[in-house]
Write a protein that binds this ligand. Structure first.
Ligand code: PEP
Length: 254
């Protein structure tokens, strides 16, 4: 597939997989995906598996991501994890502001912006998630919600750092529900987000930013979604938990 930006496809394992299960999955992916050069491939295991997965994917084309990170470098923040700790395991990407964290941990756009800055300060790359709920979409609020989240979660980044930031558009109603946005819905939202980035930064920056789609991506719909002009990859939940389906999503996207 001839794309303006290199595709980036990331697997978000969420709160799944023991260390042994993570190792099995990572080892299978390393073999299955060894020949893929066209896509940046990222896996985001739970924190407890980062160390072993990091070793398992050494010398491969698979990069490591974390599912969250503190805006602080160290200190009395029980349960949090700092950039320096992630870097010990060669983590390169950090998912921020996933809708599950926005919903259950009440993460705000302002907090996500602080974390995005901290991720960049550590020379890591944030994957910043945005997306509307079904109620917001049905109330005709999609654009307003997306613009507020994009402006709030990416506030304060320089043009250079914005260009190195990945945005994930994940309509909340499509996450883990089996409902996928149609290709037209995905393209429309991605183009809208790119337009907001263009207003916030400039057109050149907006054209460099990779925008992933997330929400029930599977091998059968990956190709059509990735063929959209402004869809530059995928953030995959459920279908990333099994080597075959994650590898097929990637292979079908090329
Ligand atoms: C996600 O939570 O990032 C996600 C896209 O999940 P799923 O693929 O299971 O819908």
């Amino acid at each position: 597939m001839n794309k303006e930006r290199k595709l980036i496809i990331a697997g978000n394992w969420k709160m799944n997989k023991t260390v042994a299960e993570s190792l099995d999955l990572a080892r299978s992916l390393k073999i299955d995906l060894a020949s893929v050069k066209e896509v940046d491939i990222v896996v985001c295991p739970p924190f407890t598996s980062l160390s072993e997965v990091s070793k398992a994917i050494l010398d491969s084309n698979i990069r490591l991501g974390a599912q969250n990170m503190s805006e602080h470098n160290a200190g009395a923040y029980t349960g949090e994890i700092a950039a320096g700790m992630l870097k010990e395991f060669s983590v390169r990407y950090v998912i921020l502001g996933h809708s599950e964290r926005r919903q259950y941990q009440k993460e705000s756009d302002a907090l996500i912006a602080l974390r995005a800055a901290a991720v960049h300060a550590a020379s890591l790359k944030p994957i910043v998630c945005v997306g509307e709920t079904l109620a917001e979409r049905e109330a005709g609020q999609m654009e307003k919600v997306l613009e507020t989240q994009v402006r709030g979660s990416l506030a304060g980044l320089s043009k250079e750092l914005m260009a190195e930031t990945v945005v994930a558009y994940e309509p909340v109603w499509a996450i883990g529900t089996g409902k996928t946005a149609t290709t037209a819905q995905a393209q429309e939202a991605h183009a809208f987000i790119r337009g907001v980035l263009s207003k916030m930064f400039d057109e050149a920056v907006a054209r460099r930013v990779r925008i992933q789609y997330g929400g029930s991506v599977k091998p059968s719909n990956a190709r059509e979604l990735m063929s959209q002009a402004d869809v530059d990859g995928a953030l995959v939940g459920g279908a990333s938990l099994e080597a075959r389906s994650f590898a097929d999503i990637i292979k079908n996207s090329i």
